[in-house]
Design a protein around this ligand. Structure first.
Ligand code: SF4
Length: 346
């Protein structure tokens, strides 16, 4: 079983952010963790979970929370973790501390993803991030002492990007020796402050997606999902999602799926603390699950069972060299076209 835990606290809200996170509520961390524990125990018990293969603690900013709050959660989780269980946590460079890294590593954390986003000060400021280039190098040096498995998040398609600048950023990331990058195209999502303020001018009019993919490929980091690149350390948790595995979601706004039931926690911290067991439930039809399998599979190296696609549509895509088949599964030749392909074949 895969497990996602959501930590919805941030020190400030980035302009492009549409994730569920809140600022100026750090006094709610203690009651939030009490609620998380209740939610976790309830779900482990209700679904009779005896084994956990991956844990992803995301946010928000999980490293804004003192390491001591994680003790009780890990105490519950560690006895259920399979050997080599991937335990990943998201983090922001400006808040990473040596003591926090040391304590989380000794608790069992074995993968860290850092929200670097850019190595250029002007771009970080445009994105309304709180850290600067110096913070990135300092945090990365610290993190490297405790973790081999580190992934960096990078944003591209920002109005300040040029091919030369992006290449410099990707080289800066690779020069740190990372084996995994998540590279996301900047978009102005509804509910973000950029959207509310109509800041569509923050996005580039040119797409650099293919450049990012081709450059990383030339440096040995292969694209294995539309936004993810790895040399050898792929994110097992995300591979689980894309494969259609079941997963538990713990925390405010956290989504889980067991069988045909998808559920999500309340997306307001105070309400979640008040009732962590209240979930919004969605019953998925087999058609919806199939479409999800096609959609996620074609965006990644997981691919999709041939039978889930319309045969006559596949023939056309084969003839146009947009897909290939291997052992009864269909794969997109270009993950960036996967969304249109998924709509076309279903
Ligand atoms: S992008 Fe990350 S750090 Fe910024 S507000 Fe959103 S969750 Fe917090």
């Amino acid at each position: 079983m895969h497990l996602y835990i959501h930590i919805p606290f941030c020190d400030s809200k980035c302009g492009y952010c549409a994730f569920f996170s809140e600022v100026n509520k750090l006094e709610l961390i203690a009651p939030y963790f009490t609620a998380l524990k209740k939610d976790l125990l309830h779900q482990l018990n209700s679904y009779n979970i005896k084994n956990i293969s991956t844990i992803f603690i995301g946010g928000g900013t999980p490293n804004i929370v003192d390491s001591s709050y994680y003790y009780e959660l890990f105490e519950i989780l560690l006895p259920l973790c399979e050997k080599n269980c991937e335990i990943n946590m998201e983090s922001n460079p400006n808040l990473l501390k040596k003591s926090w890294l040391l304590e989380l590593q000794s608790l069992g954390l074995n993968r860290l993803s850092m929200g670097v986003q850019s190595f250029f000060t002007d771009k970080l400021q445009l994105l309304e991030r709180q850290h600067n280039q110096k913070d990135i190098y300092y945090a990365f040096d610290l993190a490297r002492t405790y973790f081999d498995n580190i992934s960096l998040d990078i944003i591209f398609d920002c109005v300040l990007d040029t091919q030369e600048r992006l290449q410099t950023e990707l080289e800066s990331a690779l020069n740190l020796g990372v084996n995994h990058l998540s590279a996301y195209s900047l978009s102005v999502d509804s509910h973000s402050r950029f959207s509310l303020n109509n800041r569509h001018d923050t996005c580039s009019t040119i797409s650099y997606a293919s450049f990012v993919r081709d450059f990383l490929d030339s440096q040995g980091l292969k694209q294995y999902e539309v936004s993810n690149y790895a040399r050898n350390k792929k994110c097992l948790h995300n591979l689980g999602y894309w494969s259609g595995d079941e997963y538990l979601g713990i925390g405010a706004s956290a989504v889980g799926r067991i069988g045909t039931t998808r559920y999500s926690g309340i997306n307001k911290i105070e309400s979640y603390i008040h009732n962590p067991l209240q979930k919004r439930i969605e019953n998925l039809s087999s058609k919806e699950l199939e479409f999800e399998a096609v959609f996620l599979g074609l965006r990644s190296e997981i691919g999709v069972q041939k039978e889930l696609c319309k045969a006559e549509k596949l023939e056309i895509l084969f003839s146009e060299n947009m897909i290939f088949e291997k052992q009864g599964r269909i794969y997109a030749n270009d993950f960036f076209l996967a969304d249109s392909l998924a709509l076309y074949v279903t």
